[in-house]
Design a protein around this ligand. Structure first.
Ligand code: NAG
Ligand code: NAG
Ligand code: NAG
Ligand code: NAG
Ligand code: NAG
Length: 508
């Protein structure tokens, strides 16, 4: 009683100290979903940065199981500059657009039975500033970088937790795909060194991170696209050997004077420029003229005018591509009734974009590599889960495998098949770091977090989520049951790569 009083006072003081001027709303229903939402959704803004000039928008969904005991996950969507709403409806959240029944009016939702919110409290954050509904009150406030994003994320968590004290003691994970997978370990390190070890409050119960097809060192990650294209038979042995022997390992920024290398890359480009990088087996969107600079595909993906996409996708000649589904988010998000439901501040965002295409231009990627971050974190006893789709050419899994191996962790269990319903679903290997285990899984035929293209292929990105769920689940048995129920329905072969230190989970 006494302790909790002090605790409360401390929080109160902290709240005053930090000037927690955040705004939050409980959203009971959403346009496009009939009736009350069957989960607890909160949206809101938290001000961060110098002089509170940055207003970060978030969606928070409570665990549908046990909000008190389940972990708290901060989800960072990649891009750079793709909205957290993407995470909510296309990746890990409880709602999916009902693309099949879309008839030109307001898109409607169906529930995602594999939502991470089944077992975790999830905050989806529009980060960096300029993403989704996040905005700055000064033009200075829009200047952003890896370092600034990381600091903003930390300050966001600090203020958010003070405002939601009941979640301060929940186990905390930072998660993200693609570019979000680069920022996640930076945030974990900031929480550890900049926050907890420096004695800042509130002390955060950080347990680890989850990253999918993660960026680690973008120029290096992208260089792996050439060996990857060879591995997946997109280019011939001869083309690959040509590039390998002449380009000195530099395929993205080759020396313009090196004509032999330039020629080899030209041959490779011819073979790969019409491949869908997000999933090499998916149809490429015809309306998207590839914006290629040599072999340097952009890490970000832009949707062109949604109206173009809708027109094209109604044309039988053009197979639906993943961007067709993305269009529904533009239609839904830019509807005034939706803005009202989400309590978006008027006048702060003229148009919502799923990915802010102009943001990466001014964003300073001031931390080239996060290898050292991973290395330091691997000595701190955190759980780390890396999962990758092997059909993702944006950030090929072979590059990820390489840097994981370069961490020099002790191999505990070598590459072996991983079975699901008696079928090989992927491959696994396991590392030991200090007293903690790192397990790697590789799966086939999948991209880490991309949307459903057709109803039949709907499950193709769900299985890894279930794995992630089992990762963050402290009750392994319960999760295994959940896992087998949901995966029984899944017919697809799916790829993933994952490493984890499970020791802590078992003990807790
Ligand atoms: C914060 O406010 C002070 C005083 O008004 C100003 O000098 C400073 O430039 C501001 N900093 C930022 C980052 O806006
Ligand atoms: C589209 O479907 C919705 C129900 O999802 C219905 O209310 C609406 O009338 C339909 N509009 C058209 C133009 O068919
Ligand atoms: C390419 O050749 C030109 C002219 O010889 C030279 O000025 C330039 O520095 C060279 N570029 C590189 C990257 O070596
Ligand atoms: C995109 O980000 C920039 C800052 O880099 C911001 O000025 C702009 O308003 C953002 N656009 C959208 C549509 O959110
Ligand atoms: C891993 O081991 C190699 C070979 O011993 C060494 O060169 C490298 O620096 C080590 N890397 C790390 C991250 O310790």
């Amino acid at each position: 009683m006494f302790l909790s009083c002090i605790w409360f006072l401390e929080l109160l003081l902290l709240s005053l100290l930090f000037n927690v001027n955040s705004a939050q709303t409980i959203v009971k229903s959403l346009p496009g979903y009939p009736g009350e939402l069957p989960f607890k959704l909160e949206t809101g803004y938290v001000s961060v940065g110098k002089n509170d000039t940055v207003q970060l928008f978030y969606y928070f969904i409570e665990s549908e199981r046990d909000a008190v005991r389940d972990p708290l996950v901060l989800w960072l969507t990649g891009g750079i500059g793709c909205s957290a709403f993407s995470g909510l409806v296309y990746e890990i959240g409880p709602l999916n657009f009902d693309a099949e029944s879309y008839n030109g009016s307001l898109p409607s939702f169906i529930l995602n039975p594999y939502s991470w919110t089944k077992i975790a409290n999830i905050i989806l954050l529009d980060l960096p500033v300029g993403t989704g509904f996040s905005y700055a009150t000064t033009s200075q406030g829009y200047l952003s970088s890896d370092t600034k994003s990381t600091n903003d994320a930390y300050m966001f968590l600090q203020k958010w937790l003070l405002n939601h004290p009941k979640f301060i003691n929940n186990r905390l994970y930072i998660a993200g795909d693609s570019y979000g997978g680069k920022i996640a370990p930076m945030v974990v390190l900031e929480i550890t060194k900049g926050g907890n070890e420096a004695g800042l409050t509130p002390h955060m119960s950080i347990e680890g991170y989850l990253i999918g097809n993660p960026a680690m060192n973008v120029p290096k990650d992208m260089n792996w696209r050439v060996p990857y294209a060879h591995l997946l038979a997109l280019i011939s042995d001869e083309y690959y050997e040509r590039a390998k022997s002449s380009c000195d390992g530099e395929y993205m920024n080759p020396n313009p004077n090196n004509t032999e290398c330039q020629f080899a890359l030209q041959l490779i480009k011819q073979c790969t420029s019409d491949i869908c990088l997000s999933h090499i087996l998916e149809p490429i969107c015809k309306f998207r003229a590839p914006k290629l600079d040599g072999l340097k595909w952009d890490l970000t993906y832009f949707e062109e005018d949604p109206n173009d996409v809708l027109l094209l996708s109604s044309d039988q000649e053009n197979p639906k591509c993943r961007f067709t589904d993305y269009v529904l988010s533009y239609v839904w998000m830019n509807n005034p009734s939706v803005r009202e439901a989400l309590q978006i501040r008027k006048g702060t965002k003229e148009k919502w974009k799923r990915c802010n295409g102009s943001l990466p231009i001014s964003y300073d990627q001031d931390v080239t590599s996060v290898f050292d971050h991973h290395q330091v974190l691997s000595t701190k006893g955190y759980q780390a889960l890396v999962y990758s789709g092997d059909h993702d050419m944006m950030i090929p899994y072979i590059g990820t495998l390489r840097w994981i191996r370069d961490l020099n962790l002790t191999l505990e269990e070598d590459w072996r098949p991983w079975f699901l319903n008696g079928q090989i679903a992927g491959f696994v290997f396991k590392f030991l770091a200090l007293t903690y285990y790192y397990v790697c899984y590789i799966f086939s035929g999948w991209r880490s977090h991309r949307p459903r293209i057709q109803a039949k292929r709907m499950f193709c990105h769900d299985r890894p989520m279930v794995l992630l769920l089992s990762f963050v689940d402290q009750e392994r048995k319960a999760s295994r049951e959940y896992f087998s129920t949901v995966t029984r329905k899944i017919q697809f072969k799916i790829p993933i790569l994952l490493f984890q230190s499970s020791q802590k989970i078992l003990v807790r």
